[in-house]
Design a protein around this ligand. Structure first.
Ligand SMILES: NC(=O)c1ccc[n+]([C@@H]2O[C@H](COP(=O)([O-])OP(=O)(O)OC[C@H]3O[C@@H](n4cnc5c(N)ncnc54)[C@H](O)[C@@H]3O)[C@@H](O)[C@H]2O)c1
Length: 441
């Protein structure tokens, strides 16, 4: 079932679809969360994962109009937590909303378990490998959630998120996933028009994240293997899922949104052409994937990390009546003769990273149940992972076999002296997938 029809079906079943308004009021148990009662309307936030995006998301939460307060922060590493604490306190106005004494700063693999109980809303911004267990715990404890994309790095993780997403719906917990194009005005307007038929049937498309790549954190003396992988998380699949998952999910998710569904199969090619050093762990530097949807539509996906080359982060779709060549902040739907069907110039549009927090916190403050992004977040994550399964194996991978895969990348034990499942050889190089030999699912 498509994203939109899933959502409407859920609302219908819950008796919530009234007059087109996709919201409901939270049941009375919400007041037991301690916010918005006459005694205290503070919405308490815990930040889990204090890196670049966690800091950004926390500041965006602090800038919302609601009476919010960050009451706990958690990170695997003390230095990351301390840097984040400084940044959260840099702006004196926002710092009034930061109330994190030493006893509410938590460090280590179990830090999330100590922070979650203290909050009404949790921000989950660790590397995605940890998302399933942290999302599961936050849902179990009845918290509203902002969680970054992607939401897993392997199929067992996706299944955990899907199961917890069902629980979250039952508990009417608002969940926003940081696939922020869903909160970006031009995407909302364009895709609404595409769904209303402005381009006819969408019969093809291409989605891109081609760029120079990201940071690398070289191995330091005295680091255990676990610490090295945690610090350099981008290059290890149990933590990151490869860049087709970590970055390109944004564009793949737009294709799913436009198609109102998820692909039935994928096949592709990929490898390590440029980024071959031992500091780059196991991930590929390029993936080219054909995604096939239920109606036969083929969406080409292309992502690569080559320094010094052409960059493009975008999506194109072809319909029977017209096309859209570029989104960005400014979008134009055109007919096949080049005439504009609809233009969105993007001037004055808000920042989608801020909008996602503004809308989430407004809903929570009003006790409304408006956001259930986790299921789509999990299925778009699965789409990206299915692409990785296809490029690593060189095989055609079908949706059901991908989702049911039991390849579990997560370590058996989380501890600084524990050994991750993937270890380097005596020269420091990690095993890398070999198409034709690597097992797909
Ligand atoms: N929506 C977007 O546009 C966007 C942009 C950037 C990053 N992201 C996503 O945000 C997430 C974080 O990325 P980032 O760029 O902030 O990375 P980062 O490395 O800057 O931060 C990750 C933080 O999580 C901490 N951490 C790791 N394991 C942990 C654990 N088990 N418990 C607690 N803390 C842990 C790390 O120490 C680090 O401080 C990723 O999923 C990434 O894909 C989204």
């Amino acid at each position: 079932m498509s994203n939109e029809s899933n959502r409407r079906e859920f609302l219908k079943q819950s008796g919530l679809l009234t007059g087109g308004a996709l919201l409901t009021t939270l049941p009375s148990f919400a007041s037991s969360y301690g916010f918005n009662s006459s005694a205290d309307d503070t919405i308490k936030i815990a930040l889990i994962g204090c890196g670049g995006r966690g800091r950004g998301a926390a500041l965006q939460a602090l800038k919302t109009k609601q009476n919010v307060k960050i009451v706990a922060i958690a990170d695997a590493f003390r230095d990351q937590l301390d840097d984040a604490y400084k940044i959260l306190n840099q702006n004196p106005e926002l710092a009034k909303r930061v109330d994190v004494p030493e006893e509410r700063k938590f460090v280590g693999f179990d830090a999330y378990q100590k922070a979650i109980p203290l909050a009404d809303v949790v921000i989950l911004a660790t590397p995605p490998g940890f998302r399933p267990m942290m999302f599961e715990e936050a849902v179990k404890q009845g918290k509203h959630i902002f969680m970054e994309k992607p939401v897993a790095t392997d199929a067992p993780g996706v299944r955990r998120v899907l199961a917890a997403a069902e629980e979250a719906k039952k508990k009417k917990l608002n969940v926003v996933v940081g696939l922020q194009r869903h909160y970006q005005p031009n995407y909302r307007e364009m895709i609404k028009r595409i769904h209303d038929g402005a381009l006819g049937d969408i019969i093809g498309g291409s989605v891109y994240w081609v760029s120079g790549g990201v940071w690398v954190k070289p191995r330091q003396p005295n680091q255990t293997e676990m610490e090295h992988q945690m610090r350099n998380w981008y290059y290890f699949n149990w933590l990151c899922g490869d860049h087709i998952n970590e970055q390109h999910i944004h564009n793949i998710d737009v294709a799913n949104w436009v198609k109102r569904g998820y692909p039935v199969s994928a096949q592709g090619t990929g490898g390590r052409q440029v980024r071959t050093g031992k500091e780059y762990g196991e991930i590929f530097d390029h993936h080219i994937v054909d995604y096939v949807y239920e109606d036969g539509t083929l969406i080409n996906s292309q992502c690569r990390h080559y320094e010094g080359t052409y960059s493009k982060v975008d999506e194109q779709f072809l319909g029977t009546k017209g096309r859209v060549d570029s989104f960005g902040r400014q979008s134009i739907l055109k007919d096949h003769k080049g005439g504009a069907i609809y233009t969105h110039n993007g001037k004055g549009d808000g920042d989608p990273y801020q909008i996602e927090h503004d809308e989430l916190f407004a809903a929570i403050a009003k006790h409304e149940y408006k956001f259930w992004d986790a299921e789509n977040g999990a299925k778009s994550t699965m789409t990206a992972l299915m692409g990785r399964m296809a490029t690593y194996s060189g095989k055609v991978v079908k949706w059901d076999e991908a989702l049911n895969s039991n390849i579990n990348l997560f370590p058996d034990k989380l501890a600084w002296d524990a050994t991750p499942k993937l270890v380097p050889n005596s020269d420091g190089f990690y095993p890398v997938a070999v198409p034709g030999k690597t097992v797909a699912v």
